[in-house]
Design a protein around this ligand. Sequence first.
Ligand SMILES: Nc1ncnc2c1ncn2[C@@H]1O[C@H](COP(=O)(O)OP(=O)(O)OP(=O)(O)O)[C@@H](O)[C@H]1O
Ligand SMILES: [Mg+2]
Length: 371
Amino acid sequence: MDQVFTFGKPVDDEMFTDREAESVRLKANFESGINTFIISPRRWGKTSLVKKVIRESDKNGAIYVFADVFKTKTPYEFCETLGNAILKQTSSAFEELVSNAQKLLGRIHVGVNLSPDQANPLKLRFGIEDDHKSIEDILMLPQRIAEKKKTAIVVCIDEFQQIADYEDSLTFQKELRTIWQHQSNVSYCLFGSKRHMMEGLFDDETKPFYKFGDILYLKRIPLSYWIAFISKRFSSAGKTITDEQIERICTTVDYHSSYVQQLSWYVYLFSDKKVTEEDIDKGIKELIDQNTALFESRTEGLSPLQMRMLLAVSEGIHDGFSSSGVIKKYKLGSSAAAIATKKALLEKGLVFNEDKRIQLSDPVLGLWMIL
Ligand SMILES: Nc1ncnc2c1ncn2[C@@H]1O[C@H](COP(=O)(O)OP(=O)(O)OP(=O)(O)O)[C@@H](O)[C@H]1O
Ligand SMILES: [Mg+2]
């Protein structure tokens, strides 16, 4: 049977809906060499969007490089991941890769490991540690390749928020900015979750990435698209669901893309030919059950004050945390304590600021909190 819904990993083709305006904007940025930051909470669809726009781009126009730096913990690992992606994705044959490595990386020794991973059988190792000059050489690679090939290169870096966790991150950020801003044939698309961290890279003029490029805040996919998408998925599998029921699914998970697909999948599993309200009830319970262990560990280290503020947000309070009514109801102590608690929750990425309203990064955590 064809897959009915997909969640937790990037989607394409019939599993992908909307992102029309964002695709147009991103494509225009790519084609015009404009740097872009894309920010959204986890699992809203950043990677899916970027991969889709790359897939649909005119391959004669520019070379696209995609790197995921999620696993990197140091500038060296960042450069290793980036260097791998750049050398592999800009070369049409192994010979070209070797020649580029030799000619453009000069004195850096590049080793090749063959890995059993079928999707990614080749892993390049760069013979450097935290050597400054070598790091610079690797960062210069895309520009050198672009000049050599007489083309533009767009480098897309997923999970870019990781760099904020590196030791002495600010120095590395400054180095990246200094090198990147002089690369006239290369543009960068930097995206990631943890809005607080991502914004921390460019939110005032003291930050290295201040005014580095266009900033795209991903929005929720609207109801009309979900209705068309979900009803089609159900009907192609021989089942029916009403528009109102789809709306209930979407509002339950606050239009969080991945959860909309996950809850739809449970409802699909539990339903007969025609979806009932009980099927949705069961689906919601399943969604919470699936995540309970995760939520327990995620909230384990929170202070009682932080837990109470999280409960307040879960119960629908989105602003006015230092007002006396909210402080009293949720025992938040004082106005100063409420402000500090909000800051801590933002820094932990448990909540985010949307149009001056505090929202839960994970809406199902909210359902679990108010059980
Ligand atoms: N355009 C879309 N149409 C339909 N579903 C989507 C769309 N974008 C994302 N999703 C849903 O969200 C899930 C996560 O998508 P994706 O991995 O692209 O998000 P992300 O923001 O990159 O996540 P992460 O923060 O984990 O990197 C997908 O598996 C899918 O269920
Ligand atoms: Mg992603």
